[in-house]
Ligand binder design. Sequence first.
Ligand SMILES: [Zn+2]
Length: 304
Amino acid sequence: MPIAAVHHPGYTIDLPASHPFPMAKFRVLRDQLGTWGDAITWNRPSRATRAQLERVHTPAYLDALIGGHLDRAAQRRSGFPWSQALVERVRLETGGTVLTARLALEQGLALNAAGGTHHAHADSASGYCLLNDLAVTARTLLATGEVRRLLIIDLDVHQGDGTARLLADEPAAMTFSMHVARNFPARKAHSDWDVPLASGLDDTAYLETLADVLPRLIDQCAPDLVIYDAGVDVHQADRLGHCGLSDAGLYERDRRVIEAVRSQGIPLAGVIGGGYDRDLDALCRRHAQLFRAALHLQRRPNDT
Ligand SMILES: [Zn+2]
């Protein structure tokens, strides 16, 4: 069975060549995955609606963002110069995660080849995140009754501070973040469950910690859906990570999460999260491991 994946050409926009964010990674990842042929079924999202966004973001912030009135300080916090294409990009990416969650509910597993903008707050952007796709998706699916309870497993190397704050008063959405403690954001939020890590953990120490919490987390929450942020900035070569995972460790992390969730019959919607290597091919090969792990587990029942 092919993997359901979500992508839109609008995920990548033009930025100045000197800009530190690896914007082309969404296009390069799509190109890499395009060589897998019919192993992946591609779906194109529409932009998140204003009503969906207002479930987590303030009308004043959305007016400023969509209308192009973010002041210079707000643009600096976002990490990007404002443009109409940027607004379109983040709305498509957020719509992409909503679509991914719906495909996961239908098919068991789906992956957005973008997403994981977990630093965005109700009224402000932060750390390359303008809209919080995870919180918008959670609130949308709960509001429509598509799920009664969901769990966000955030393994990006940075804490999911925006998601934690946006869903703090929502008992039907459980937030879990495992992240390097001495890293952005300086001021942490309280997820429902946080696991702060020491800097520079290797594969063994990281995977042991994950193995210890993962089954308890899933048991405790008993969700109808897991949204998994598979940020690859835990990789030892990442510019912003301060963590020590190898390619093999990263693959094993994704495999274990997908297996732990799917073996319970729980749908999983994955997003690729952060990753900041200047070598785009290497970076996208790391993001592609999420798709490889998913494909391996989808095929396994027929392997024997
Ligand atoms: Zn990150």
